[in-house]
Design a protein. Structure first.
Length: 130
């Protein structure tokens, strides 16, 4: 008790009622659930169509966490495959990828800060790489 109340109220998001926003990499879609504009941290549902993925090795400016809800998503350089129930952690600055969805895949993705040090070439919209 004695602590100051939070500055924002709790939040409940009906994800079924959210539309998938197509990202600028064709075949990748997002339902943004939460974002801290000051740090760049975010939580989103990501849907990747079969045969689509991130085309090049890359790194992130923060830690990336993914929990696979459905599908089969492969990191082709290492053979790491996410399937339903898999948890993946990619540390800040670690080069990984490319990737491909072997089946349509949906995962919950969490970043604890900004996604990329600069927008990668496969995205043409800054919203996709913040």
């Amino acid at each position: 008790m004695g602590e100051a109340p939070p500055s924002e109220p709790e939040m409940l998001v009906d994800t079924a009622g959210l539309d998938w926003r197509p990202k600028s990499l064709a075949g990748v879609h997002e339902k943004l659930l939460w974002r801290d504009e000051s740090s760049g941290a975010s939580i989103a549902l990501i849907r990747v169509e079969r045969g689509v993925g991130i085309p090049e090795p890359h790194l992130h400016a923060s830690n990336q966490f993914m929990f696979c809800l459905s599908g089969r998503y492969e990191y082709t350089a290492t053979g790491t495959v996410l399937t339903a129930g898999s948890f993946y952690w990619n540390p800040k600055g670690n080069v990984h990828g490319p990737t491909i969805a072997r089946e349509e895949t949906v995962f919950l993705e969490v970043f604890d800060g900004a996604h990329y040090p600069e927008r990668p070439g496969w995205y043409s919209d800054d919203r996709d790489a913040r």
